[in-house]
Design a protein around this ligand. Structure first.
Ligand code: NDP
Ligand code: MG
Ligand code: MG
Length: 329
């Protein structure tokens, strides 16, 4: 598989374009600021009274309404929450798109699940960073970057892949490595990764470990250091050198205990459930469930958020972290 780096991408393809980044949240602020510092002509599209207007202006960016930003640009990146994109697209983006424009996404959800169906004379591409937006920004400032996936969904102008690679370079992605894929594969693997491993799996593993220690009578502060704080230190080793670097760095006791006990935690049953989760993503069942939940006012989502916020690990953790002077508040 070809992996693209800085020398494979040319910023000139974007230099003469007017770029609109819609949204200034986790991904939006990172794309807009990184592209601007890469010398691109960027404006930000936000809703009226958005709390982000001042932040974007403070970053030296021009802010417009979504409709104005679309009208005045020829490359338009939608970095709004996935569940809002269809409504904003129908009401403010679609009526202002011009033939030959390029519509861009940071995740394939709305194209793949047919929530947004762009006109045939508009290019459609994706640049999906494989990391949280705040790290897309921070690593760029540090001189490194977050790996990205790019994809082209439709290409009436014939050079959409060049634009996607230029965008990935402008946000720092080609410093780490860029892979070309399609909207289907990006959407399905991204949802699976966040549900089974990154957000769902890891959070549940941490909580279950923490609860087991606390229920057995150990102090919650100790359980926090063991199950949450140390997780980052271990994951940093995976990030730098894979499983073998982690095993090299921990004690032989930890390595033996981990290799013999780990498979009792993540069992064949767990893998069967992962397969079911993947089936629900592939069939569109998850997407329907999530859009229905959002469109009926997110009752279950809000309840779960509240439960998580009040978990002992969050209360204890916020006290302990407040003493860690190196952590950003
Ligand atoms: P956020 O929730 O962090 O930010 C959303 C932004 O959209 C905010 O600036 C918000 O405005 C704005 N917004 C919301 N509704 C509207 C509206 N109706 N009209 C105008 N602006 C609106 O989103 P993310 O950055 O998390 O996600 C954006 C996209 O990036 C999604 O497709 C997501 O899947 C993808 N992605 C996200 C990753 C991440 O790290 N979070 C990782 C990879 C991809 P306001 O400031 O006014 O509230
Ligand atoms: Mg995602
Ligand atoms: Mg130990």
């Amino acid at each position: 598989m070809k992996v693209y780096y800085d020398s494979d991408a040319n910023l000139d393809f974007l230099k003469d374009k007017k770029i609109a980044v819609l949204g200034f949240g986790s991904q939006g602020h990172a794309h807009a600021l990184n592209l601007k510092e890469s010398g691109m002509n960027v404006c930000v599209g936000l809703r009226k009274n958005s709390p982000s207007v001042e932040k974007a202006k403070a970053g030296g960016l021009e802010v417009k309404s979504v409709a104005e930003a679309v009208k005045s640009s020829n490359v338009i990146m939608i970095l709004l929450p996935d569940q809002n994109q269809k409504k904003v697209y129908d009401e403010e983006i679609a009526p202002n798109l011009k033939s030959g424009d390029t519509l861009a996404f940071g995740h394939g959800f709305n194209i793949h699940y047919k929530q947004i169906v762009p006109p045939a004379d508009v290019n459609v591409m994706m640049i999906a960073p494989k990391g949280p937006g705040h790290l897309v920004r921070r690593t760029f400032q540090e001189g490194s970057g977050v790996p990205c996936l790019i994809a082209v969904y439709q290409d009436p102008s014939g050079n959409t892949k060049d634009l996607a690679l230029a965008w990935a370079k402008g946000i720092g992605g080609t410093r780490a490595g860029v892979i070309e894929t399609n909207f289907k594969n990006e959407t399905e693997t991204d949802l699976f990764g966040e549900q089974a491993v990154l957000c769902g799996g890891s959070a549940q593993l941490i909580k279950a470990g923490f609860e087991t220690l606390v229920e057995a009578g150990y102090p919650p502060e100790l359980a926090y250091f063991e199950c949450m704080h140390e997780m980052k230190l271990i994951v940093d080793l995976y990030y730098e050198g894979g499983l073998s670097r982690m095993n090299y760095s921990v004690s032989d006791t930890a390595e033996y205990g981990g290799m013999t006990r780990g498979p009792r935690i993540i069992t064949n049953e767990t893998k069967k459930e992962m397969k079911k989760i993947l089936d629900e993503i592939q069939s569109g069942k998850f997407a329907n469930e999530w859009l229905n939940e959002y469109n009926s006012g997110s009752p279950n989502f809000n309840k779960l958020r509240e439960e998580n916020k009040n978990h002992t690990i969050e209360i204890v953790g916020s006290k302990l972290r407040s003493m860690m002077s190196w952590l950003k508040k």
